[in-house]
Design a protein around this ligand. Sequence first.
Ligand SMILES: Cc1cc2nc3c(=O)[nH]c(=O)nc-3n(C[C@H](O)[C@H](O)[C@H](O)COP(=O)(O)OP(=O)(O)OC[C@H]3O[C@@H](n4cnc5c(N)ncnc54)[C@H](O)[C@@H]3O)c2cc1C
Length: 493
Amino acid sequence: MDSPSRIPTPPPRSTAIVVGAGFSGLSAAKVLVERGIDDVLILEASDRIGGRIHKQEFGGVAVELGAGWIVGVGGREVNPVLDMVAQSGLRTCLSDYSNARYNIYDRSGKIFPSGIAGDSYNKAVETAVQNLKCQESAVRELIKVVDPSTTPITPMELAIDFILHDFEMPEVEPISTFLDFGEREFMVIDMRGYEHLVHRLAGEFLSSSSDGEITDARLQLNKVVREIQHSRNSVTVVTEDGCIYEANYLILSVSIGVLKSDLISFQPSLPRWKRKAIEDIDVMVYTKIFLKFPYSFWPSGPDKEFFIYAHERRGYYTFWQHMENAYPGSNILVVTLTNGESKRVENQSDEETRKEAMQVLKDMFGPNIPEATSILVPRWWTNRFQRCSYSNYPMIPDHELLQSIQGPVGRIFFTGEHTSERFSGYVHGAYLSGIDTAKVVLEEMKKENEMALIEPLLAMTLSQTDAVSGGLHKYDMSKQMHLTGKLYSEPIL
Ligand SMILES: Cc1cc2nc3c(=O)[nH]c(=O)nc-3n(C[C@H](O)[C@H](O)[C@H](O)COP(=O)(O)OP(=O)(O)OC[C@H]3O[C@@H](n4cnc5c(N)ncnc54)[C@H](O)[C@@H]3O)c2cc1C
């Protein structure tokens, strides 16, 4: 008997696919579902939701490997993330960095007198302002001739310069987040972690089990998107495990670091303007290293929470925090590295990093301090699903660059913290960008539906015109209508 001929099953098709289940992807998906797009499919590469919001248990407490602070509190508007914190009763505490500059240790363990530290701080601020003025007046050449007396040289100047430019957000004043939401920062100190907000958000539109685990089939974990094919009518997604999905629209919420990498290929490839925008946005790597000790040996108290190590190598284990204010008795220290130093430690063993950190601590607090019993080194740079901690825009606001990074390519819409006009880099930027992108997609859907209604009428009119003039073919006309709409308004290459 002949075997029945196999009819290939078409790939599952949904109205919209969201790639990535971080804050932006989930907030975008939520808006779509709430507006009646029930068949949204969320494809997430890793085995968890939250992306760059991720807590881990370490030394008996929850530590935040990614976002740890609600930045922008106490201003004229309420930060939407703070609202969520309040609703979920997440425990937080105020972080006051202002004392850090008075807790600067040199390599022999001496604390710099506050006057010297204050002078260095003012000098560093002056340099930053001077650089900015040069850039703003577009006299870029001037940057090269910055007054040498303001260039950081000594270990302390280097440490303060690092804090101002690498540790604090390297942004131009006034910073939108501080302007809108306030200048205070609250650290999340809750065993449920910052990620509780992500789970809460997901639980508002996806079904979950009684213990809060998302069980909704519209969220697919361990689905690494490797290829996105896009055409005039649809988007097709191919995942690493060989699955194929189709949709009318796609929202891509992966980080700028992932966009810069070769993890996802596009067929046809992204247009030049989009590739250039991706290239032009820099990435910041920010690493919090956690060290657990049998007992604390550092000065305690709120005004001692943050301290600085001044070394002749810029950014070398510079910024420290004890966690006693957050979790008394936890005996945990956190040291923050960025960029080159982050990448360097990501590429060495944790034991090497532990030894380096111990040497620095011995410089500050003497040779008799106890050894760290464990260490936790997050690797945001080498993680192929992140490849950065957050985006780092050029100091001069560049609206064209922003428009290009936000701009859709056909049916692919881009979202994520790096697409936020005013709050790039932050959790609230990710959250708000997801909402904005979903609204743009909904608008496109509406336009397309309206077009579908008038197309038959147009076709009729055109065939009559054709008969009379032998002019434009109806297909050309409907294509032109699309081309004049936003969907294809940008040149493809
Ligand atoms: C160390 C660190 C400290 C930070 N500190 C703060 C802070 O204190 N306060 C603050 O406001 N912000 C902070 N941030 C920034 C904040 O965490 C981010 O801005 C925000 O979480 C980004 O959300 P997102 O949705 O844009 O991206 P993500 O959270 O990165 O979400 C993107 C998702 O896409 C997934 N993905 C990637 N590639 C693929 C693929 N090929 N297929 C499918 N899925 C894919 C990823 O796994 C991820 O889940 C910090 C970030 C880091 C890393």
